[in-house]
Design a binder for this molecule. Sequence first.
Ligand code: PGA
Length: 284
Amino acid sequence: MCPLETAVSPNTLNYNFIKQMKVIIRPDSASASVWTARYIAKRINEKAAVSSKPFVIGLCTGSTPIETYAELIRMVKAGEVSFKNVISFNMDEYVGLPESHPESYHSFMHKYLFDHIDEPAENIHILNGNAPDPEKECADYEKAIVEAGGFDLFLGGIGEDGHIAFNEPFSSLESRTRVVTLTQDTREVNSRFFDNDFNKVPKQAMSVGVATVLSAKEVIIMAYGSKKARAIRDAVEGPMSHYCTVSALQAHPAGFIVCDENAVGELKVNSYRYFKAVEAAENL
Ligand code: PGA
């Protein structure tokens, strides 16, 4: 049975209007983040109106989601959305970094989102990068996602090399949650959070797989800045390939890539015009 049927009646909540990857282009990261936060809130509210089942969301860390989280916090405080019936699963966590470390994804999520919204603590799931049995931790995570009803929406960023979660180039597009080895490139990019010391960046992480992300009914990937332009070009115009794991979104029926103008700087003019036309026609 398709996850849509298990979660809500297709007659009352319509996801079927999306049949292809859509690229939403906004002038800057602030307006792109507001678009993303409002879209998520709209989906949470739509489900709450027709079902008592929780809204299950995949969440990410990094610089990219910070403004989206700020807008969601504002909306929760203004009473425009509530996370009381939301269950979240974060996409990844470093292996071996204490949870209390300021750069752990546990710390990040509490600082930028969970400490400011009304999501119950028991609904928050983040992989335990210090689990005594890492394989079991990853397998249990996949089970917990299924038991929660599967993802309604997965929110992610994109690496400069096109990774989605920590699915580095050459990760299987069928991958599920597992321990991964980070590439030198990713560790160098992330060293900015570790006193610019590459050696302080953990070598491994636990990450949901590409297939875990794509199991969501909807996927929103955010990309801001010219550093992401090559990855966006490969994801949107390139072949679907394990070399740019976010390109797997091409096979998803309801994938959004939300960009600022700089992140689409490498797209062909025709592609850019096409996605702007879709946006305008569908009032996105
Ligand atoms: P960033 O990271 O948001 O800090 O650019 C995104 C990612 O690596 O997936």
